[in-house]
Design a binder for this molecule. Structure first.
Ligand code: ZN
Ligand code: ZN
Length: 150
């Protein structure tokens, strides 16, 4: 929730009118289950505001993005949102089975970036780097089903 508080302060400092709906949308994006797409944010928002419409959710997310408190991440062919945190830039690992996105800390890519620069004289732009694979949860599920476990 620290990210939420920080983002809220930023918005307040910018003079944005913090309506309950805006605060709710921000708290959904900032909540534990990050990397939600517009529809997932909308579904969650509906639990508190049954009459909210997806256009409002979409516009609010775009506004937050413009103000720099939320960033948009392309994961597969869908756009996901997360609270922007300039202090911890990261890339993403996406599970091909469950489509969940996981944060990939930058140190894992630092060596890769360094090799490209040193050995190939190529400066990669890794901002939108995404690696796909199978997450530990899905790997476990798979091996369980193969061994006849539960
Ligand atoms: Zn998975
Ligand atoms: Zn992320």
């Amino acid at each position: 929730m620290l990210e939420y508080t920080k983002a809220l302060e930023t918005l307040r400092a910018m003079g944005l009118r913090l309506t309950p709906q805006r605060m709710l949308i921000l708290s959904i994006v900032a909540s534990g289950n990050s990397h939600m797409d517009v529809d997932q944010v909308f579904q969650r928002a509906k639990e508190s505001y049954p009459y909210i419409d997806i256009t409002t959710v979409y516009r609010t997310l775009q506004l937050f993005k413009k103000l720099g408190v939320v960033s948009e991440v392309a994961i597969g062919n869908r756009l996901h949102f997360e609270v922007a945190n300039p202090e911890s830039p990261h890339q993403h690992m996406v599970c091909l089975v469950c489509s969940e996105a996981y944060d990939l800390p930058p140190q894992y890519l630092e060596e890769f970036r360094h090799s490209l620069v040193q050995e190939l004289a190529f400066e990669p732009d890794l901002k939108n780097f995404t690696v796909t694979g199978v997450c530990s949860q899905c790997a476990r599920d798979k091996s369980n089903s193969e061994t006849g476990g539960f």
